[in-house]
Design a protein around this ligand. Sequence first.
Ligand code: ADP
Ligand code: MG
Length: 474
Amino acid sequence: MTIEDNSLQTFDDFGLHKDILKGVHEAGFRVPSPIQQESIPYIMKGMDVIARAQTGTGKTAAFGLPALHFSRDVSGVNVLIIAPTRELASQVSDELYRLGRFAGIRTVAVYGGQSISRQVDLIGRGAQVVTATPGRLLDHLKSNRLKDKFSPSIVVLDEADEMLDMGFIDDIEAIFGYIPEERQTLLFSATLPKEIRSLAQKILKQPVSIDVIPKEIATPTDILHRYYVIEEREREEALVRLIDTDAPQKALIFCRTKKETDLLSTTLISRGYVAKALHGDMEQSQRNEVMDSFKKGVIDLLIATDVAARGLDITNITHVINFHIPFTPESYVHRIGRTGRAGKKGTAITLVTPLEFKELSRIKHASGVTLDYMEVPTIHQAKKHFKSELLKKLENQPVHEEAVEIMSEFTEEYDVMEVAYKAFSMLLDQRRIDGPNRIGLSSRKVTKLLYNSKKQSHSGRKHSYKPGKKYKRR
Ligand code: ADP
Ligand code: MG
């Protein structure tokens, strides 16, 4: 379904209050994104909406701006947003605070691990917009702690597919048992599996459905997709080599399990990289800390599971690295959506073993992205690259006064060259380029394997590739 007037191009055309528009302006949004263009007009009319659009396309502001608009002169909770994780809830709450602050709108995020009385207190003190995770919200509702403080007229289910993944559907239904029938209900999601559609039938009334076709955004042209074919046992070496040669400013590395994120971060740290793991089992304060230091660039490698990282909005991620190929094309698209945001260039790197060619080709077909096959650089190439990077850094390095002082002190005792050699050695010790010379399968072998796997998938025969003993299929 499309909006009647296709000429709607600016935020000014939606009929939003000027104080809300000021927030939009201050946030630096200039043009509404497709999902915003299509859904805001209906939401402004008070209609229920079920909307699907890819991660990173501005769904928060799509429901948030009208919701803020309608909350201006309301005292008490007017909007309830249900989000699947604590991170997403606080992210949404922050974004809405940022957009609504000129209209004096108060927001509060409600999730587990925070003081219950403080939350109730904040809600009671007149926050108009409450963003909550299902568990904690249901807890509040069941215990009747919110009493008459709580009758939202707009309810939003955000990232609904993720709620399904996390097993929250029953909780959601229970929550709606406590919410007034008289309300506007909005459902936003990156995908709409049938369970979500049937939930929508129960909670939405004659909704308008809006579908921003993934293609438009799923294949941002600013992302370069590369894959490397390796043996199972080479994963870590391949990753390290690629980090050394690509020198990512900010890389998000995806693992399949929590345990793997821990193992990998330990390995990387021990090899001199500034890395941290992010997963669902960590304490909230710990997670915030990790997220913060990644945002600020204190750490440049964040190792995460899908659940921990999906939907998180971190800008300036230069690289998304799939340490393991994701299980589904959707997951691939979700993951790489973390880079190349807001018109910035990004790189998506995927490590693949021959036994994972099937997943690789599924991803290629379903997402329509072109993944370029590349060979892992040899140690020789990595060292050469490291040298040229070092040279660049040296050229741009300003000379500190203190360094001049130290140098003149040292050269009373040592030869200048000797000091220079030692200084370079210290630099090299900080980040040793090592590992095996060759990593991964030769391009010749890969071509052959790919050819065979295509042939066999047509004839329906089994894969002929015999992995080494160490290989274990997930
Ligand atoms: P989604 O929920 O669809 O994954 P978000 O709502 O988190 O996406 O938005 C992704 C990023 O885009 C956020 O940083 C948000 O501030 C920004 N954004 C949203 N709308 C616009 C816009 N119209 N112009 C520029 N940036 C936008
Ligand atoms: Mg979102």
